[in-house]
Design a protein around this ligand. Sequence first.
Ligand code: ZN
Length: 191
Amino acid sequence: MFIEPHINNEKRGWIEVICGSMFSGKTEELIRRMKRARIANLKTEIFKPAIDNRYDEMNVVSHDENIIVSQPVQHSQNILLLIHDADVIGIDEAQFFDDGIVHVCEHLAISGKRVIVTGLDMDYLGRPFGPVPQLLAIADYITKLHAICVHCGNIASISYRKTKQSAQVVLGELDIYEPRCRVCYAKGDKI
Ligand SMILES: [Zn+2]
C-alpha cells in the first residue's frame, strides 16, 4: 500500500527524533513538546505501536504518570489512514514499529506536519534498534537523552537487561532493565 503524500507548499514540516536509553525521559520530553504545541492552539495527535501495552491501551503514559492520550496502531501505514487534521504528530516507541515508519514520517513532513518521534537508539546489547537509526539519518533535529547509571552515577546510554532472555524485544521496566554507562555495561553481571 502506498499513499501519495499531499505536498504542502504553504507550510513546511520537519522531523524531530528524541532518542536515548530506557529511563532517559524520552516520553516525558515528547509530552512536554506536545503540551507546548497545544498551548499554541496547534492540533496534536500521538500514535504508538500496539505492542507496547505496558501501561495503558489508549494513553502514552510516561514514568512519572504524566498522561496524554494516544492511539495504538498495529502497522506504521495505519498512521496515515487514521490521521486527522493535526499540525503536530507524535510517534512514541518507534523502535517497535516496522521499517515503513521511516516513509510515514517523511510523508507527514512533506505534507506540512511537524513530526516528533521517540525511540530507543540501542537495544539491550547496544545494537542499533529497529528503524530508529534510519529515522536519525533523515531527522531534521535530533535530541539524545541520557539516563543515570544506577551503579556509578555517570551518564548512562545502554539499557542493561538483568534477566537471561535473549529476544531483542522483551517488554519490561526496572524489574528487567537498568540504565548503565559503558564501563558498568561492560562489566555485565560481574558488577
Ligand atoms: Zn556506570
